[in-house]
Design a binder for this molecule. Structure first.
Ligand code: CS2
Length: 538
């Protein structure tokens, strides 16, 4: 980090010694660190997960070559907040004590040495990836950052950033462009290979990243692609920690506890899991000191986490936004929601999971429900509901496919999928509008409009009257056959292949989702949750 004169009252290397005794701080010599890790996507998640684990490894005596150079791919705000702080920031782990009162443990993280802002200086990012100290390039860019088609998993060559990066070698914009051009420079400079490590919530994240990098590299230079394929490693990993967005109220509260201002602290739950495949091209720190686990195959851990944690999270989030429940703990305080999630996991998700020797699934589920109920996190349901087009395939639809293949029912999953479709309306049950933040937002809006038209048409054609009549407010239609309008509406939306693949052609799937949509539209979220499992009328 470029040396900046300490600002009075601001977190900085010079203010570390005066922090209250209960605040943990880097006990190692920061000046001796070198950035062996270049991290792309320096959001709150990376700062509360990878950096926290890496910091713990450094405290435990890891080699001084394992500092981090962080890269923000879009905005300058993280750099602007952290550069005047010498790269230091606080991590606040929040939970509720036995008495239900919020508790917080603060650690100042010291391993972030430099923050680059890619659009300001793409050359600096490429130079870092191609730097002699760099041994790992890690990535947290969220699902949409892979520029792939979520249903097929193929690189989207029509993506504007990918098209740009193929045409403009010197100044990439996308993660994939930076990786390939950076690796190209490394190879040209005669430097050794690195590990490229995905830490995003995607199945086989390392394999997916490798496939995207190779698909791009093949278009640049076949020999480069062959070198990457043979020499670089792309381990898969499962990452788990709930990291809500930092608010101004959090900043104020944390400043009070630190005694100095931190422009961008991060918050998280105390729980952390990181299971990573032990395949590294140029060494790695011993992250076990910070709670990581090294394995041969991360796949069963990923499936467990994506289906249970993220599947349940997305189910809760979309339904809650519609119901006006703004935070996850508020939603969990609704008994019908807590029961729904428990049943969803126990009855529908858990039977699809691969065996994991030694895992107590019941304990995992119960702990997860407690994690969601953590009242100290205030995790916004809208934050989780965003980017549904990128999240649904691995979080919910893979589980639906497993249920369909085993000829098993999936009413809870159907309600979760219906929840997302219902959420795409952009207006909650009380008439509050919200934006649909999603890379496919335009396509989704068009589909939504045509689904409404299809429903009106089908409603008018059938004996049941018009579409509006199919939404019989307050009437329990949950157990009934879905009306023609509901089927038409659901069929139009689930016909979106980039998200649903061939599921939209499966009548069992469309019917189950249409039935859940019917329940949501007629009873509202709370009513639909409460009506679950009631004996079918008649
Ligand atoms: C969440 C995840 O925002 C979301 O979509 O489901 O970020 C979730 O909090 C983490 O994956 C938990 O490990």
């Amino acid at each position: 980090m470029e040396l900046v004169a300490p600002e009075a009252g601001r977190l900085h290397a010079a203010s570390l010694a005066a922090l209250p005794a209960q605040v943990a701080r880097p006990g190692y010599d920061r000046a001796a660190l070198k950035a062996g890790i270049v991290h792309l996507g320096l959001g709150a998640f990376a700062r509360a997960h990878l950096a926290a684990v890496n910091d713990a490894a450094l405290r435990a005596g890891a080699d001084r070559g394992w500092g981090i150079c962080g890269v923000s791919l879009r905005q300058a705000d993280t750099r602007d907040a952290l550069a005047p702080q010498d790269g230091l920031y606080a991590l606040a782990l929040r939970s509720a004590g036995e008495d239900g009162r919020p508790r917080q443990h603060l650690t100042v993280i010291g391993c972030l040495l430099e923050t680059l802002v890619a659009p300001e200086d793409p050359q600096a990012v490429l130079a870092r990836i191609a730097g002699p100290d760099t041994r790992i390039v890690s990535v947290t860019v969220t699902e949409k950052g892979y520029c792939h088609d979520p249903a097929s998993g193929r690189l989207d060559l029509a993506h504007p950033d990918i098209a740009h990066d193929l045409a403009q070698p010197a100044a990439p914009r996308s993660t994939i462009g930076f990786l390939v051009r950076g690796l190209q420079r490394r190879r040209a400079a005669g430097l050794g290979p690195v590990t490229v490590m995905s830490l995003d919530n995607l199945p086989a994240n390392g394999r997916l990243l490798r496939a995207m990098v190779l698909a791009f590299a093949t278009r640049v230079d076949a020999a480069l692609a062959a070198w990457i394929a043979a020499a670089c490693e792309f381990p898969c990993s499962m990452v788990d920690r709930i990291v809500p967005r930092t608010t101004d109220a959090d900043r104020q509260e944390i400043a009070g506890a630190l005694g100095v201002r931190d422009a961008w602290p991060v918050l998280a739950e105390p729980y952390l899991e990181w299971v990573v495949e032990d395949r590294f091209a140029a060494g790695r720190p011993d992250w076990t000191a910070g709670g990581a686990r090294f394995v041969d195959d991360a796949a069963p851990f990923e499936t467990l986490k994506l289906r249970m944690v993220n599947g349940a999270h997305s189910a809760l989030a979309c339904l809650s936004v519609m119901a006006g429940w703004t935070t996850v703990d508020q939603a969990m305080a609704q008994p019908a929601m807590a029961c729904y999630l428990r049943d969803l996991m126990r009855n529908e998700i858990e039977p699809t999971l691969p065996a994991l020797p030694g895992l107590d699934l019941m304990a995992y589920r119960q702990r997860l429900l407690r994690r969601f109920a953590n009242p100290a996190l205030k995790h916004q349901t809208r934050q989780i509901a965003m980017d549904g087009s990128q999240k649904l395939p691995q979080r919910l639809l893979a589980t639906v496919r497993a249920r369909l293949a085993a000829d098993l029912p999936f009413p809870g999953l159907a309600l979760a999928v219906a929840g997302w479709l219902h959420f795409l309306r952009g207006v909650d049950q009380d008439g509050r509008r919200y934006d649909i933040q999603d890379p496919m937002a335009d396509i989704l809006a068009r589909r939504y409009a045509s689904a409404e038209r299809a429903a009106l048409q089908a409603g008018a054609d059938s004996a049941g009257g018009v579409w509006a009549g199919a939404e019989r407010a307050g009437e329990d239609t949950a157990g009934e056959e879905p009306a023609a309008a509901m089927l038409a509406w659901t069929g139009e939306l689930t016909g979106l292949e980039a998200v649903f693949g061939d599921l939209g052609q499966n009548p069992r799937f469309v019917r189950a989702v249409a039935q859940a949509v019917q329940s949501l539209r007629s009873l509202g979220v709370a009513g639909a949750l409460a009506a679950r499992g009631l004996p079918r009328p008649g």
